[in-house]
Write a protein that binds this ligand. Structure first.
Ligand SMILES: [Mn+2]
Length: 380
């Protein structure tokens, strides 16, 4: 039996005013190819299906297409739990009806973790993203303040048949002892080291835990408790991630093996850095995909005219531009006292200001220009 573990699709995501829908559609087609080639029996999607609780109509279309191809054409079962970005009510629409066709959606906790028999030897436990407050009503005598207390009670309350292979889907901030997962900028609502932590030891009874919430693919505590990570990079802090889906192979209804299948995007997301002349030199970019999403860091000492326009002529999908020169490395700036400042004339003040900004003094030509300007304006 083979399963494909995904999470955090964030369909409909927009970064720097750029819709990623075309990229998402492309990578979902790649995922369908993988599912077909590997002959997977089920796809698990561990939360954050959409990027927003009210997804745009074209995002709904893209998910609809993806599910249709998997379920109707390839006859692959799909299991979905809601993440913190999803609206429980909206994502839950039709869930009871869809089960007949092999689409299982779970968006609430009702006092027990919903479990579905994938076969008579394999159970899929579906635990959507939940907050401690949603759990309290089921354990009235217990103290539940933290996420860890909530999840511990939920799992301890389950009768898990250890003679079967038990897979858990969850969408939480899972830590292992004092070790937190590696995070990045696109996970907007995380409090690292806070009350959201859920310890991985709570999941010891499960043979594999398919996690969502953290966007970098990684193991937590052990190899079989994993974040699949996002299918695409969703921030420049992920430029060095290698995105993947997890292929889980359950052998003889017993042992669980896994392997990471790389996901190759339509456009990569990467950071380029250097003086603008170098970034625009064909020798330096001719072997790269100039359609990639780019963050350009320009290191020229002097101001560059229309830097974003120049960069976009080579890299049309430049989303972010940063100027990083010596002025950002100024340290230990001491302000002169106000009396000293009052003694200075316009030119001296500008001269100081320029040095403060750029960490170098005006050269002779620049001095002449500034003096001219000041003289002219004073005469008027
Ligand atoms: Mn997410």
């Amino acid at each position: 039996m083979k399963l494909l573990h995904l999470s955090d699709l964030h369909i409909g995501k927009i970064i720097y005013e750029q819709s990623l829908l075309e990229d998402q559609e492309y990578i979902l087609k790649e995922i369908i190819k993988i599912a077909k080639k590997e002959k997977v029996d089920a796809v698990l999607i561990s939360g954050d299906i959409y990027d927003r609780s009210i997804p745009p109509a074209d995002a709904v279309d893209v998910l609809n297409d993806f599910l249709n191809k998997l379920i109707k054409i390839l006859k692959i079962k799909v299991f979905i739990i809601s993440g913190n970005h999803d609206s429980k009510e909206r994502l839950n629409f039709g869930s009871k009806i869809f089960e007949n066709d092999g689409l299982y959606i779970q968006t609430t906790y009702n006092g027990k973790i919903t479990s579905i028999e994938l076969s008579d030897k394999i159970n899929i436990y579906m635990l959507p993203f939940i907050k401690p407050i949603e759990v309290k009503q089921y354990f009235e005598t217990e103290k539940i303040d933290t996420y860890n207390e909530a999840i511990k009670l939920i799992v301890d309350n389950e009768k898990i048949d250890e003679n079967k292979v038990n897979i858990l889907m969850a969408h939480q901030f899972v830590t292992a002892g004092n070790k937190s997962p590696e995070t990045c900028e696109s996970e907007t609502t995380l409090n690292v080291g806070g009350i959201e932590n859920v310890d991985s030891s709570n999941f010891d009874k499960f043979d594999y835990v398919a996690l969502g919430h953290i966007h970098g693919p990684q193991r937590i505590g052990k190899d079989t408790i994993r974040y699949s990570g996002t299918m695409l990079k969703y921030s420049f802090s992920e430029a060095n991630h290698n995105k993947s889906a997890v292929l889980i192979n359950i052998k003889n209804n017993k042992s669980v093996e896994y392997k990471l299948i790389p996901l190759k995007p339509l456009r990569d997301m990467r950071v380029i850095k250097g003086p603008i002349e170098e970034l625009l030199n064909k020798e330096n970019y001719k072997d790269t995909n100039t359609q990639d999403y780019i963050k350009a860091i320009i290191t020229n000492k002097e101001p560059v005219y229309d830097a974003i326009g120049q960069i976009r002529r080579v890299y049309p999908n430049t989303l972010s531009l940063e100027i990083s020169n010596i002025k950002s490395s100024i340290q230990n700036v001491e302000l002169e006292n106000i009396e000293e400042l009052k003694q200075k004339d316009e030119f001296e003040l500008f001269d100081d200001f320029y040095e403060f900004q750029n960490n170098i003094r005006l050269d002779d030509e620049q001095k002449k220009i500034i003096k001219d300007i000041i003289n002219r304006s004073i005469c008027r």
